[in-house]
Design a protein around this ligand. Structure first.
Ligand SMILES: [Zn+2]
Length: 85
């Protein structure tokens, strides 16, 4: 933390917003593209795919095609933490 953040209190509204955003981020983790492992926001996902009742999101159609060619390989490589519950 930088010193000037301690000296000058933030406006209450801004602090509340920061807290709210941190809560929202915890409740809705970013989906992870199972092919390239990057975080993909649902709004920005190029493609989605239903796999065993999970909805997976992909950064690009290339990743979707790779996944569809061998879904088991990519799902096996994901830890439980990376899966979207
Ligand atoms: Zn990708």
């Amino acid at each position: 933390m930088r010193l000037n953040q301690c000296i000058f209190p933030q406006p209450l509204k801004q602090s509340f917003r920061a807290v709210l955003e941190s809560i929202l981020q915890e409740d809705t983790p970013m989906p992870i593209d199972p092919v390239c492992k990057m975080e993909v926001s649902i709004a920005d996902a190029a493609a989605s795919h239903d796999y065993h009742s999970e909805t997976l999101y992909f950064c690009s159609l290339d990743c979707l095609r790779k996944f569809e060619s061998d879904p088991a390989e990519y799902m096996d490589n994901m830890s439980d933490e990376e899966r979207i519950a």
